[in-house]
Structure formats: structure tokens, C-alpha cells
Design a protein around this ligand. Structure first.
Ligand code: KG4
Ligand code: ZN
Length: 327
């Protein structure tokens, strides 16, 4: 049994997952509302809140799994990338928990977690077969947007990534321009359902083959609102969302063809997007879209990645440091 902790951004998460990838519990305490009034995550507030919540979240994960700490064999934790103060709370808790019981610890790359989310087995009572390599994975979140090739679940190769904003950031910034709330993705998703996606022509910028760029799109929305202040908000949201989804699907199609892959997984918060979820079904390959709680930040995916990595024995991990960036 693996106990995993994830505190890289604004969600305090703990999960219990078996070696075989069965999720016994996956607790996510979202700080979303706390940061909403600032229009984005405030790092200092995030780390303080993690500190207040982390013990209770771990206790809750154990209780929901019907497990005791004695049954935990390995502790896994996000080492980075993320907000350094936020990461440190999870890492310190994980080290303390593991060290007091002389358990091994696995430091996990947050992005590897996202790439691995679809390899997790069914939740109890909800059968769903996990994806197996080789596969292509799109991770599109508020902080990251990249395409990865997975041949071996212990690692991944980045084929392309965003050169500026992440896709989730494009949703969040677009929503702000449209006067919608934060996080913007779900707001645009909802409003887009009432609008015409062909009403406005937004640019689909095409940088290098498998890379993404979203900052031009945001600027195009800004100019459109300046030139046409009374433009229909639902039409704008639908057209803006269409441009993001088409940029993502075009690169996925190109990567699948170039790499000769016929399995696709998507992850990251943007994978919750209704239009994107529908669009990937038309790519002509087998698609794994995890349930939303595995797409957004969570600790089950951290345990998921840890399953394939070599744990560090006690006391080797005591000197580990969090890393805001991971090369
Ligand atoms: O993975 P995530 O929870 O956190 C990280 O950034 O790591 O992703 C959050 C991002 C936010 O930018 C949010 O606006 C976006 O995912 N998002 C969505 C939707 N739900 C969340 N974007 C588009 N459509 C959605 N339904
Ligand atoms: Zn994430």
C-alpha cells in the first residue's frame, strides 16, 4: 500500500493506492475558493493552508481507505515542479511520516503523475481498464501543457510543449477578460455551451511541429473586446474555447501520426473540458480520459507514478529538497 501526498499548488491531497494501481482513497481539499477573490493562486496563502490541512487530509485518506498507518508500506510525495512553499509542506510531512516508521519514500515528478493517471486501475465498484504503454499523453493544466510519449511507465519523453501560456492559463486569462470567475476553464466551458463557436475567428497559432502557443489567442480576445465591447459573451466564449481545443487536437493528431501510436490518454485540469473530451473521440484511436478527480491535481496519480519508481530507503531521503522546477 502506498500513501501519497501532493501539495504542489492549491489543492491539499492524500491518497492510498495499492501496488497494482487500485485506488483505495483519493482525498482532495481544494483551496479554490480561498484564492478566487485574488483571481489566481497566492503562493503564501496556499502554503499556509496546506499546513493547516495536511494532517487532516492524510487522516481522512486513511479512514476512507479503511486503513491504518501500520498498513502503509511506502510513502510517495510530489517533489516538484510547483510552488516551493507549497511543495515543502507535503515533502516535510511525507518525510516525517516515513521516517518515524522507517518506511521507504518515493519523490515524484508532478508531471509524471499527470502522465500516469490513466494507468490507475478501477476505483472499487467502478471497473475501468487502465491504459498500457506505448501511448501518447496530453497533459493540459493551469501550469503546464505538453505532449508526452510513454513507452515505459517509469518515465516519459516530452514531444512538444507550450512556448508561452498553458492551455488552462489561456482559459483562465480569457475568462478574466470576459468578466467571468476564477478558475476560468469551467466558466468558459459552461458559457460556451450557449454560444456559437463559429461566431468569431480566433487565431490558431502554429509554432514548431508539436509545440503550442496560446498568448496570441488571449491578445486576439483582448482586441476583439476592445473593438466590439458589446459582442455576445457566449459566442466569444464558444469561439475562444474552439480555438484552444482545435490547437490541442491538431497537435495530438500530428503526434499520433508521427509516432505511430494508437493509444491516447489526456490529463490535467483542462481534460475536464466538455468540448475537448468530445473532440478526442474523433481522433480515430483508443482514448483514455480519466474521471475528473484524476485529471485535476490529486495524490492518487502521485502514487500511480511511484509504483514504477525505485523507493529511497530510510534515511537516504531525509536530505531531499523540493524543486520549483524539474529539468
Ligand atoms: O491540473 P489542474 O487542476 O491544476 C494545475 O494547474 O496543475 O488544472 C487547473 C486548470 C485551470 O486553469 C482551470 O481553468 C482548468 O484546469 N480547467 C478547465 C476546466 N476545468 C478546469 N479548463 C477548461 N475546461 C474545463 N472544464
Ligand atoms: Zn497539475
Amino acid at each position: 500500500m502506498i500513501l501519497a501526498i501532493e501539495t504542489s499548488c492549491d489543492d491539499t491531497c492524500a491518497a492510498l493506492v495499492t501496488d497494482g494501481g487500485e485506488i483505495r482513497s483519493n482525498v482532495i481539499a481544494s483551496q479554490g475558493l480561498l484564492h478566487a477573490r485574488y483571481g489566481g493562486v497566492v503562493p503564501e496563502i496556499a502554503s499556509r493552508r496546506h499546513l493547516e490541512l495536511v494532517d487532516a487530509v492524510i487522516a481522512d485518506a486513511l479512514e476512507r481507505a479503511g486503513s491504518r498507518l501500520d498498513e502503509v508500506e511506502t510513502v510517495a510525495v510530489t517533489q516538484g515542479p510547483g510552488l516551493i512553499g507549497a511543495l515543502l509542506v507535503g515533502l516535510s510531512s511525507a518525510k516525517a511520516l516515513a521516517a518515524t516508521r522507517r518506511l521507504p519514500l518515493v519523490p515524484v515528478d508532478h508531471l509524471h503523475g499527470h502522465v500516469t493517471a490513466s494507468t490507475l486501475g478501477p476505483e472499487r465498484g467502478a471497473p475501468r481498464s487502465p491504459i498500457e504503454p506505448p501511448y501518447l499523453c496530453l497533459v493540459a493544466s493551469g501550469g503546464h501543457t505538453f505532449l508526452a510519449r510513454v513507452d515505459d511507465p517509469a518515465t516519459y519523453v516530452v514531444l512538444g510543449q507550450t512556448l508561452d501560456d498553458a492551455a488552462g492559463e489561456a482559459f483562465d486569462k480569457g475568462a478574466r477578460l470576459l468578466g467571468l470567475g476564477y478558475p476560468g476553464g469551467p466558466e468558459i466551458d459552461r458559457l460556451a455551451g450557449e454560444g456559437d463557436p463559429e461566431a468569431f475567428a480566433f487565431p490558431r497559432s502554429a509554432p514548431r511541429e508539436l509545440d503550442f502557443s496560446f498568448s496570441g489567442l488571449k491578445t486576439a480576445l483582448l482586441y476583439r473586446l476592445r473593438d466590439e465591447p458589446d459582442a455576445d459573451r457566449a459566442d466569444l466564449a464558444a469561439s475562444y474555447q474552439r480555438a484552444i481545443v482545435e490547437a490541442l487536437t491538431a497537435r495530438m493528431r500530428a503526434a499520433l501520426e508521427r509516432e505511430g501510436l494508437d493509444r491516447l490518454a489526456i490529463g490535467g485540469g483542462v481534460a475536464a473540458n466538455t468540448e475537448l473530451r468530445a473532440a478526442v473521440q474523433d481522433l480515430g484511436v483508443a482514448v483514455w480520459v480519466p474521471p475528473t478527480e484524476l485529471c485535476t491535481d490529486n495524490a492518487a496519480m502521485i502514487a500511480g507514478a511511484a509504483r514504477f519508481l525505485k523507493p529511497l530507503p530510510y534515511p537516504e531521503y531525509l536530505a531531499l529538497d523540493a524543486a520549483a522546477r524539474i529539468q
